[in-house]
Design a protein around this ligand. Structure first.
Ligand code: SAH
Length: 242
């Protein structure tokens, strides 16, 4: 039987398919720089993010390195993108909004729950002295850690595990950012926030979540502001919702 696989045309046709895929998925490097600056001008600065360290970090971090090949061209678009395992990288504006809300100082130590692609951690890594980030899905945590190392970040530690419990050995933290949504604020995270520290966390049921900014004052968390949002749920290692 003369199948296509062993025909004379197989190799050249497969080569053509491969090359076409490569050239339709990726853009030249200068295009990404242009798209990134446009994204910062239109989605970040124009919508009121004024913190210079945040704006500078968003101009610097190559977001397209953090998304899968099939959506690379969309990396600077105004919406969240799939990163595999049913998870998403937040829309650029949400990353800017959450980072600015934390009023970060260069000496701060920050805990992130939900490493995902590693993009938010990279932004934080350019602004503060130490970043600790936890991801519950092995495959995502491993990939993010490898990428962050490859990109030269030395102040970001990635842990694979359940972020509900926080990172007690490295606590207290000046700021905590949670990028997956529990139905209430995990007690361990409240405890691991330093006095005067800020936490930003999307809390609620699947379709009615609020991104709450809180500040720890005299041992208690005081809500500062709220914004309606939609994040992926926080889950334990067995996949059960918190
Ligand atoms: N900050 C990420 C966005 C991640 S989406 C970025 O910049 O790409 C939220 C992530 O939270 C998902 O990867 C999900 O797997 C993770 N997550 C969900 N529950 C978690 C838990 N209990 N502990 C740690 N990570 C969790």
């Amino acid at each position: 039987m003369n199948t296509f696989t062993n025909s004379r045309l197989y190799k050249p046709v497969m080569m053509l398919v491969l090359l076409t895929t490569m050239f339709t998925q990726y853009l030249p490097a200068q295009d990404y720089n242009r798209l990134r600056n446009k994204m910062v001008d239109e989605q970040i600065v124009r919508r009121g993010i004024t913190s210079k360290p945040v704006v500078d970090a968003m101009r610097a971090v190559e977001r397209h390195r953090f998304v899968p090949a099939n959506v690379v061209k969309e990396a600077y678009n105004d919406y969240p993108l799939p990163i595999g395992e049913g998870q998403t990288i937040s829309q650029p504006y949400i990353v800017g909004y959450m980072t600015e809300a934390l009023s970060l100082k260069p000496t701060d130590r920050v805990l992130e729950i939900g490493t995902g692609s590693g993009y938010q951690a990279a932004i934080l890594g350019l602004i503060v002295s130490e970043v600790y980030t936890i991801e519950v899905i092995d495959a995502l945590g491993v990939r993010a850690e490898r990428l962050l190392r490859e990109l030269g970040y030395k102040n970001i530690e990635v842990r694979i595990g359940d972020g509900y419990a926080g990172w007690p050995e490295a606590a207290p933290f000046d700021a905590i950012i949670v990028t997956c949504s529990p139905t209430k604020i995990p007690q361990p995270l409240q405890e691991q926030l330093a006095e005067g520290g800020r936490m930003i966390i999307p809390v609620g049921e699947q379709y009615t979540q609020e991104l709450i900014l809180l500040k720890k004052e005299k041992g208690n968390l005081k809500p500062i502001s709220r914004l309606p949002v939609m994040f992926v749920p926080m889950r334990d290692s067995g996949g059960k919702r918190y």
